[in-house]
Write a protein that binds this ligand. Structure first.
Ligand SMILES: Nc1ncnc2c1ncn2[C@@H]1O[C@H](COP(=O)(O)OP(=O)(O)O)[C@@H](O)[C@H]1O
Ligand SMILES: O=C(O)C(=O)C[C@H](O)[C@H](O)COP(=O)(O)O
Length: 319
C-alpha cells in the first residue's frame, strides 16, 4: 500500500520534570518521546494520511517504548531498525514556558549509526513525500552520507526538508552542507529566526535569494505567521492567536499540516492555514503531539475570512 509521507530521522526517549523546581533538584521525570521527523509522522497520521517513520533505536527499553509510542498514532514503524550495539538516544527538556532548554545524550546513538545503505531497503517508489530535516546530517558522518545520497538520487516522490537548526549538534561539524541539502529538496521549511542564525538573513525574500532552487519555500515566523514562496509568488498568512503552553514541536506540527494540505491539492492560503491550525495543537500542550482540534473548528477556520481568522483565539478547551 502507498505511503503518503515517509519521515526519516532520529527519535529519542525524552524526559520532562514531573515536579516543579530547579531541574537539578527534580527527582521524578516523565519519560515521553522526542524527535522532529517522527513528530511529523504522528501528526500526518492524526490528519488521516498514511505515514511511516524510518530510523534506528537501541535494543533497549527506551527503543521499545519510543517505537510503540510512535506506532500508537497509527504510524508504520516496520522499517525502524534495532541496533544491537548502540543505545537509543536520550533528550532532556527542562520545562520552561518561555522556550525549550534541551540537553542531548545522543552521540553514538543507534540512529547516528544509520548510513546510505539504508536507502536500498526502502520502498521509495511507493511513497508520495519523503520528509527529512537538518538534524540528521549533524548526527554522524554516515548520517550525512545518507542525507547526501537521498537528496541527490533520482526520485518520483516529493522531497521535504525542514532546516531544524540545532546549533549544539553542529559544534564540531560544518553547517554549510545545510544549504546544499535544502537546495536539493522540493519543499523546504525554514524558521526566520534559525535562518538568521545560520545564514545571517531572515526576510523571506532574502532567504529565497539564498535558496532559489526548491519549488516551495515556507518561512515560519513564529507568532507572526508564515510566508509561502512558490516561484516568484509570495504569500503571508498570519498565525492564529494561541494560548501557548510550550512552543516545542510547533514547527513539526506546522510541517505536517502543510504537507497534508499540499497532498490534498489545496490553494496556497489554505495550505498555510492548515500548518498554523496543526501547530496550534502542539502549542496547547507540553507534548510534541497533542490532541487534535475539533474537525468542525478546523474546517470553519480553513474557510474563514481574514478578519475572522485574525479574531480567532485558540485556547486549551475548544472541544
Ligand atoms: N506564539 C505563537 N502563537 C501562535 N502560533 C505560533 C506561536 N509560535 C509558533 N506558532 C506556530 O508554530 C509555527 C512554527 O513556529 P516557529 O517558532 O516559527 O517554528 P519552530 O517551532 O520550527 O521554531 C508557526 O508558523 C505558527 O504557526
Ligand atoms: O531531534 C531533535 O533534536 C529535536 O529537537 C526534537 C524536537 O522534539 C522537535 O524537533 C521539536 O522541534 P520544533 O518543532 O522545531 O520545536
Amino acid at each position: 500500500m502507498r505511503t503518503d509521507v515517509l519521515c526519516l530521522g532520529e527519535t529519542m526517549a525524552m524526559f520532562v520534570p514531573a515536579e516543579p523546581g530547579p531541574p537539578a533538584e527534580v527527582t521524578t521525570w516523565h519519560r515521553t518521546v522526542g524527535g522532529a521527523e517522527s513528530n511529523v509522522a504522528c501528526h500526518v497520521a492524526a490528519l488521516g494520511l498514511r505515514s511511516a517513520w524510518v530510523s534506528a533505536v537501541g535494543d533497549d527499553a527506551f527503543g521499545t517504548a519510543v517505537t510503540a509510542a510512535v506506532a500508537s498514532f497509527g504510524v508504520d514503524v516496520s522499517r525502524v531498525a534495532v541496533d544491537q550495539d548502540r543505545p537509543t538516544g536520550l533528550y532532556v527538556k527542562e520545562r520552561d514556558a518561555s522556550g525549550s532548554p534541551v540537553r542531548y545524550y545522543r552521540r553514538g546513538s543507534a540512529a547516528s549509526g544509520m548510513g546510505p545503505a539504508l536507502l536500498d531497503e526502502l520502498p521509495l517508489d511507493e511513497v508520495r513525500v519523503v520528509h527529512t530535516s537538518g538534524i540528521t546530517p549533524a548526527l554522524s558522518d554516515s548520517c550525512l552520507a545518507l542525507m547526501d545520497r537521498l537528496v541527490h538520487r533520482p526520485r518520483d516522490f516529493t522531497l521535504s526538508f525542514d532546516l531544524n537548526w540545532r546549533p549544539r549538534l553542529w559544534a564540531d561539524r560544518d553547517p554549510s552542507v545545510l544549504r546544499d541539502l535544502a537546495a536539493a529538496a522540493d519543499v523546504v521549511f525554514v524558521g526566520a529566526d534559525e535562518a538568521k542564525l545560520v545564514w545571517g538573513v531572515e526576510e523571506p525574500g532574502q532567504i529565497r535569494a539564498l535558496l532559489p532552487e526548491p519549488a516551495t519555500l515556507v518561512v515560519k515566523q513564529g507568532a507572526e505567521g508564515a510566508t509561502l514562496v512558490e516561484g516568484d509568488a509570495e504569500l503571508c498568512q498570519p498565525a492564529l492567536k494561541v494560548d501557548v503552553v510550550e512552543p516545542v514541536g510547533a514547527g513539526d506540527a506546522f510541517a505536517a499540516g502543510f504537507l497534508q494540505a499540499t497532498l490534498a491539492g489545496w490553494a496556497p492560503r489554505a495550505r498555510l492555514r492548515a500548518g498554523h491550525l496543526r501547530a496550534a495543537t502542539a502549542l496547547r500542550t507540553h507534548h510534541d503531539v497533542g490532541p487534535s482540534l475539533p474537525p468542525e473548528y478546523v474546517s470553519a477556520m480553513l474557510h474563514a475570512s481574514e478578519a475572522e481568522w485574525a479574531d480567532a483565539y485558540v485556547t486549551g478547551d475548544l472541544s
